[in-house]
Design a protein. Structure first.
Length: 232
């Protein structure tokens, strides 16, 4: 909405948490508390998250992403990447963990290496949601959705399960909080990424046609948009 400072508009995704048949999805601190028993601050959780994300964001996984997000990632680069996302008031970063993944070792025997190994083995993927106020509405939002899966979990139908869970959470939130509703969700997909296109279409997204398809940068020319309209 013209004239609105994004920092003055509270995020409607803060505290987002949902479960699917195989996944638990939530923000950084509650996710990594699973392996960070007794931590005195969020800094150690961020360090652990950085190590996990660095192992996940391989060149193969990040190839469909915008060029400035492509791999490989060191823990330092991953830490800055996470900090940039969670530091934006209108961006929400969610971590998808396998429900059957391991928990932290006993607190008396655990160590950083054990925590990192266990967390990395359980981390399925990430959801990145960017909010924009809908035109002519101070409360309704449009979401820009991105997601990625660890290569260890490809081919298991988890991408579709993750997107379905997120859409279900958005619908439920609309039912509970109609004054701050999510009007639509848009996903941008590389034109060559057929698997991601199928995931979005399977979950009710439709390709955007017309003027909104016009490319404004070299990156736009390589991307196709799919939209799920939740409210008219």
């Amino acid at each position: 909405m013209a004239g609105t400072d994004r920092e003055d508009v509270p995020s409607i995704l803060r505290g987002c948490r949902f479960e699917t048949e195989r996944l638990l999805v939530q923000e950084l601190e509650p996710t990594f508390a699973r392996w960070d028993v007794g931590a005195s601050s969020g800094e150690r959780s961020l360090g652990l998250a950085s190590g996990v994300v660095a192992t996940m964001l391989t060149e193969e996984v990040t190839r469909p992403l915008p060029p400035h997000w492509q791999g490989p990632y060191s823990p330092e680069r991953a830490k800055q990447w996470i900090a940039d996302l969670v530091g934006d008031p209108m961006t929400t970063l969610l971590f998808a963990v396998a429900k059957e993944g391991g928990s932290a070792p006993d607190e008396t025997t655990r160590g950083d290496a054990e925590d990192l190994s266990t967390a990395s083995a359980s981390m399925v993927g990430l959801v990145i949601a960017f909010e924009l106020p809908e035109e002519d509405s101070a409360s309704r939002r449009c979401l820009r959705l991105g997601y990625l899966l660890s290569q260890n979990f490809w081919g298991q139908g988890l991408a579709s399960e993750l997107v379905k869970g997120f859409v279900s959470w958005c619908r439920q939130r609309n039912a509970e909080e109609p004054q701050g509703a999510i009007a639509s969700i848009v996903g941008g997909v590389a034109r060559t990424n057929l698997a991601s296109k199928r995931v979005l279409v399977k979950n009710g997204f439709r390709a955007v046609c017309g003027e909104s398809q016009e490319a404004h940068s070299p990156e736009d020319q390589e991307e196709e948009e799919f939209c799920l309209q939740l409210l008219s």
